[in-house]
Design a protein. Structure first.
Length: 282
C-alpha cells in the first residue's frame, strides 16, 4: 500500500504541474469565480425584485408610512432606512444591490439552475484532461476530451446522482453509527466518474466496478479518501473558523483556494484510479 500511495501522490503532483493540469485549474477557477459573481448578482436581483413588488408593504411595516409599491425604489428605501436609524440595513441594501452584474432575476435564476450541470461537465472534461496530462503534454488533448462526450456526460450525471443519493441515504440512516455507512458508500463509489469517463462503463457497471476497486485496494482507497475528506472539510470549515482569529480571506481568494482543493482531489482520485487500472500510464 505504501508504494501505491507514493506513486499516486507523485502522479498527482506531476499531472497538476503539467501545462494541461494548469489549464484545468484555470478553467475551474474561471467557472467558480463567475459562479461567485452570479450568486452575488442573484442576491441583489432578488432584493430589487422584492422591493419592486413589496416595497410599499415593507415601508408600512418597518418604516411606518403608507406608500404604493411602485413608489418605492432601492435608492428611496436606502435613504429612508438611514433617516429612520437603520444604518446597518441601509449599508447591507446598498452593498447587495450594487454587487454583481446588471441582470434580471429570471436570467440569473437560469444561470443558477445550469451551474450544477456545467460543474459536472467540467469534472468529466477535467478527469479526461488529468488522465492525459504529462510533463510533455502541450495544451489540452481536445480529441480525447470530446470523444463521445454527450453520452459519457449523461452517464456520469446519472451515475453520480445515484451514487450521491445512496451516500446521502447512508449518512442519514447511519447517523447513529457516526455516519460510517455513508462514508463507506462514498469510498465505494469514489471511482464512478473515472470508470465512465476513462473506460466507457455504463451507469450500473460504473457503480459495480468502483465498488470492486474499493474492495481490492481497500487500504489505498482509505488513504486517498481520507486526504480528499480532510482537504474538503478544511477548505469549507477550517478557513471559516480561522477567519475569526485573523483577517477574513477575500471572497475571490477563497474561491481560488477551494478551486485548488477541488482540482487536487480530482487529480488524486484519477491518479489512484490509473495506478489501479493502468499502472503503465500512472
Amino acid at each position: 500500500m505504501g508504494l501505491e500511495i507514493k506513486q499516486t501522490l507523485e502522479g498527482t503532483v506531476q499531472r497538476l504541474a503539467s501545462p494541461t493540469g494548469l489549464l484545468v485549474f484555470v478553467g475551474f477557477a474561471a467557472f467558480r469565480l463567475f459562479e461567485m459573481v452570479m450568486y452575488e448578482t442573484a442576491w441583489g436581483a432578488a432584493i430589487e425584485w422584492t422591493i419592486d413588488n413589496y416595497g410599499g408593504q415593507i415601508a408600512r411595516q418597518y418604516l411606518g408610512y403608507d406608500v404604493r409599491d411602485s413608489q418605492v425604489t432601492v435608492e428611496r428605501l436606502h435613504m429612508e432606512l438611514l433617516q429612520h436609524g437603520y444604518p446597518e440595513a441601509a449599508a447591507f441594501l446598498q452593498q447587495a444591490t450594487s454587487s454583481g452584474l446588471d441582470l434580471s432575476l429570471p436570467v440569473v435564476l437560469a444561470f443558477l439552475v445550469a451551474f450544477p450541470f456545467v460543474a459536472d461537465l467540467l469534472h468529466v472534461l477535467g478527469v479526461r484532461a488529468i488522465a492525459a496530462a504529462g510533463p510533455d503534454t502541450d495544451g489540452l488533448p481536445t480529441g480525447e476530451l470530446l470523444s463521445g462526450l454527450p453520452v459519457v456526460y449523461l452517464r456520469s450525471l446519472v451515475a453520480n446522482f445515484l451514487a450521491w443519493l445512496c451516500i446521502a441515504l447512508g449518512l442519514v440512516l447511519g447517523s447513529v453509527l457516526l455516519f460510517v455507512p455513508g462514508l463507506l458508500l462514498a469510498m465505494a463509489f469514489l471511482f464512478v466518474r473515472q470508470r465512465i469517463v476513462l473506460d466507457g462503463d455504463g451507469i450500473v457497471a460504473s457503480l459495480s466496478n468502483s465498488y470492486g476497486l474499493f474492495r481490492e485496494h481497500l487500504g489505498t482507497v482509505l488513504v486517498v479518501f481520507g486526504i480528499t475528506l480532510f482537504l474538503g472539510v478544511f477548505s469549507t470549515w477550517g478557513i471559516s473558523l480561522g477567519s475569526g482569529f485573523v483577517a477574513p480571506m477575500p471572497g475571490w481568494l477563497y474561491k481560488l483556494f477551494t478551486t485548488g482543493v477541488i482540482v487536487f482531489n480530482m487529480a488524486l482520485i484519477t491518479s489512484a484510479y490509473l495506478q489501479f487500472e493502468r499502472p503503465s500510464a500512472a
